[in-house]
Design a protein around this ligand. Structure first.
Ligand SMILES: [Zn+2]
Length: 259
């Protein structure tokens, strides 16, 4: 697990697996944790890491309901998890799915987890909408297409944009169950102006971007979606995202489109 200060009020924690990012953000006396690292030891260390850096969270929020983003309560069982309304709907439609997928992935990676995931009481947030942090306001923008739910979180006062699973330098666009190509395209179009207005752009997976890098990834992702829509079996994947695992995601995307 790595912690990088991206701004005096932003600390990005990156897990050892899938480079999944958790983002701690503070405004005045209050702090919030967005998404989560994965491994039990990372989650166990997280309260001390955040407290030591002055980011002890008062609230938890997740960009979407995929199992690798909703683990914050394992580190902070006293806090409720805030989810966008579409994510809450998804949880109700797929009861126990996040817990099951986490268990399966733990089996796959031989991870011993002290206790099963308990999502507890979930706080529903309006998307589009906003949520308060201290005296500031976080904007919640719809970001579906990767899945049926999802939101991008914009902290305009400090130039931070948290994307969830979009514009990653390590992962191609992934149309996973519940997602769709059309919704993905609409989300990319919506993200453009947000990226233009941001200084620090944090994807769900992989390195933090400056604005120009995020805009380049956006272009690459639109090109990739075009190739996907044409049904190309072996399109040229974006540089740095063209290895074996990404090819597998492409095959899975083709299957989603045909389903
Ligand atoms: Zn993810």
């Amino acid at each position: 697990m790595r912690a990088v200060s991206a701004h005096p009020d932003v600390l990005v924690i990156t897990s050892r697996v899938w480079q999944v990012n958790a983002i701690a953000l503070r405004a005045g006396e209050e702090a919030m944790l967005i998404d989560s690292p994965y491994f039990p030891d990372e989650l166990e260390a997280l309260p001390d890491v955040l407290a030591g850096a002055g980011f002890e969270p008062d609230a938890l929020i997740a960009t979407h309901a995929d199992f690798d983003h909703v683990l914050g309560r394992i580190a902070f069982p006293g806090l409720a998890l805030g989810l966008g309304e579409p994510s809450v709907v998804r949880l109700h439609q797929e009861p126990g799915a996040a817990q099951r997928e986490l268990r399966d992935m733990d089996d796959h990676l031989y991870v011993d987890r002290p206790a099963p995931l308990a999502l507890g009481q979930v706080q529903t947030l309006p998307v589009p909408g906003s949520v308060e942090l201290g005296s500031e306001e976080l904007e919640l923008h719809p970001a579906d297409g990767h899945t049926g739910d999802g939101m991008a979180i914009m902290a305009r006062w400090c130039g931070l944009l948290c994307l969830g699973d979009y514009l990653s330098a390590v992962e191609i666009p992934w149309i996973s169950p519940g997602g769709s190509l059309d919704a993905y395209r609409a989300t990319l179009a919506r993200l453009g102006p947000l990226v233009e207005a941001a200084d620090t752009i944090v994807p769900g997976h992989g390195p933090i971007h400056a604005r120009d890098v995020a805009l380049r990834l956006l272009d690459e992702d639109v090109d990739y979606l075009d190739a996907l829509e044409r049904g190309e079996e072996r399109p040229a994947l974006p540089k740095g995202r063209d290895k074996g695992e990404q090819r597998k995601i492409h095959v899975s995307n083709l299957e989603s489109l045909r389903a």
